[in-house]
Ligand binder design. Structure first.
Ligand SMILES: [Mg+2]
Length: 313
């Protein structure tokens, strides 16, 4: 799966906890003692089931048993830490006293902490609260590092990460994706004529328009000054073309006023796809194709979209 880049909600944070343990008793006890600490409790009774739930539900903290039939806790931990989507979820290992020698290994495998069985309720609650505080602080830092504050879109760094994740997903699983690059027309003139405050307002509203017309699994980014990038995962070129046209139309419809007159804001776009690249695709290649198409759109008089050679024929 491509990594998802989304905002954590700072205000209404409703933490989710996943328990992975083959012992049903452990589930009953954590339910009982932790229902005031977290908002939602998820349960898995085997390692592979736990990984699946972690990948789809993205909990905020995981309680992980070590001794389980099939995949043990160490293997589960390793798999979760290898996956970009689940890497940042803190894992608290559950150990019983005779497993205490495992604690070093558990922490070395990437566990954040451990809790010994049988649980001492206040300690379990305090350790989960502590893990959640760390998770929340890390999410906030990560968000600051990956988002462009002006447009609320992903920044260049997050875009590059997202593009590499989509390429890896294509290489490994054959999932096609499209890349749309978009550049505002004559934006320098807006800044020069009306000032950077108006320019920033344009960028903010364009960011909102792009987000509104994209889907949950797309990566939408401010790629450069007035340039935007959309990674449209598992999307046919014809569908990507329609999304691009809708975004361009939304930008034309923006209602921004300066000096008592409405600004005419338009953008040009270039579309590329894994289908327009060679089989050994890399980020540079697909970016170049989208950029060439964008350049062509500018040459055609701007306010339009062009596709990489042969893509829609
Ligand atoms: Mg067990």
């Amino acid at each position: 799966m491509p990594i998802s880049i989304k905002h954590s909600t700072g205000v209404d944070w409703l933490p989710k906890l996943l328990v992975i343990d083959d012992d049903p008793n452990a589930h009953d006890l954590t339910d009982y003692y932790l229902n005031t600490v977290v908002s939602e409790m998820l349960h898995a009774f085997a390692g592979d089931e736990g990984i699946r739930i972690a990948e789809t539900s993205l909990p905020d903290v995981i309680l992980l048993d070590i001794e389980m039939p099939g995949m043990d806790g160490f293997q589960v931990c390793r798999r979760l830490k290898e996956n970009d989507a689940t890497r940042n979820i803190p894992i608290l290992f559950l150990t019983n006293d005779k497993q205490r020698r495992h604690i070093v290994k558990a922490l070395d495998y990437g566990g954040s902490d451990y809790v010994t069985k049988p649980f001492f309720p206040e300690e379990l609650q305090a350790r989960v609260r502590s893990a959640l505080r760390t998770k929340r602080a890390n999410d906030a830092l990560r968000e600051q590092a990956l988002f462009d504050p002006l447009t609320n879109l992903a920044n260049r760094r997050a875009f590059d990460e997202g593009l590499n994740a989509s390429i890896a997903d294509y290489t490994r699983n054959g999932h096609e994706f499209c890349l749309l690059l978009l550049d505002l027309d004559h934006f320098k003139a807006v800044n020069d004529t009306y000032g950077h405050g108006v320019g920033d307002e344009v960028l903010t509203q364009v960011g909102a328009a792009i987000r509104k017309r994209s889907r949950r699994y797309d990566v939408t980014a401010r790629y450069g000054g007035e340039e935007f990038g959309l990674i449209l995962n598992q999307t046919e070129p014809s569908e990507a073309w329609d999304i691009g046209q809708r975004v361009l139309e939304a930008i034309r419809q923006l209602s921004i006023f300066a000096d008592d007159q409405q600004l005419r804001i338009t953008a040009s776009a270039g579309l590329a796809s894994t289908l327009s690249c060679c089989t050994e695709i890399d980020a540079k290649q697909i970016l170049q194709q989208a950029d060439d198409a964008l350049y062509e759109a500018k040459g055609q008089g701007r306010n339009c979209m062009m596709e990489a050679a042969g893509l829609l024929r």
